[in-house]
Design a protein around this ligand. Sequence first.
Ligand code: GTQ
Length: 361
Amino acid sequence: MTTQDDSMLGRARVSDTPELEAYYGELAGLEAGALWTVANKIEPWYPQPTSVPVLWRYSDLRPLVRKALDLVKADDAGRRVVMLVNPGRRDVSAAVGLLYTGLQIMGPGEAMTAHRHQAAALRFVHEGQGAWTIVDGEKLRVGPGDFAITPNGTWHEHGNEGEDEPVIWQDGLDIPLVNALDAGFYEVHPELYQRARPVVNASVLTYGGNLLPYGVEKWTRPYSPLLAWPWEPSYQALRDLARTGEGSPYDGVIMEYTNPVTGGSVMPTMGAHLQLLLPGQATKAHRHTGSVVYTVAKGRGVSVVGGQRFEWSKGDIFCVPSWAWHEHENLDQSDDAVLFSFNDFPVMRSLGFYREEEKCD
Ligand code: GTQ
């Protein structure tokens, strides 16, 4: 690694003097400033996220998420969600970096109005059987472990048609990114509710079979035409891949949810993965630019993120800030562990910001 010393030639290294301080005051009076007073801060040697590693335990959050059912009506709240807030990112309501996440609860028989916004959204279902969402007229039914997307600009409304149990699913949105770029728009559906087309999960029926359909309209939008990935075939795909080897040294057996037309990420701003750690498997540490929110879909294990040790089990959520070292281990010696995760890698990649490094010890 090259020397990283702020006193070296090539970095800003001007010491304050009374004369300079007076000069800075004059500049400030004109809404201006001297670059060299901030240069080393605004051009760090490597990323300096304000986000910190956090583990949110499902068993801690769940009772408070359930409490919200009686405290607010879903339609008054807009969405009844307990959001996960990184202590370093409270000002932008981010869980990590420019990613938002929250646990949304819907009581039996509940349905909410439709809206659309510039932010893209995704869902990962934690519990409950009756969840549905309508995305641009397509009704999707989703159950535990299922993953679904609501690309930016699509109308969406959610509900729970179950009879006794609430549904809790996790929302992931790029709200902080959209706001950082001052690009946020929001609309309530003019008729409040969409008219769903009759075939439920039509995109799964059309695109979910790992074959590209002929004779359907050519897909040209910048997001995946497949809107939902049920748990069973996704988990089975991982198990099948696990039969061929241990996968990546850093992530174990990992697969990306993809746009079936392009093979790329499901949406232009957020990608998602499902990964399996074999019994006892421990990965090597690496780091990369881009932020990740992990959700434990199955099993128990431990991840070390930026030097912090997080022991996790099903339902727990933890984050990896950009450029933080991280490694994972399955603590069960006889069963696999599965992590769902979503990230902002598509943004990092499309802007040429993606970098990755392995830890050499
Ligand atoms: O379901 O549309 O958790 O707009 C936050 C903002 C969910 C949603 C959230 C949203 C939604």
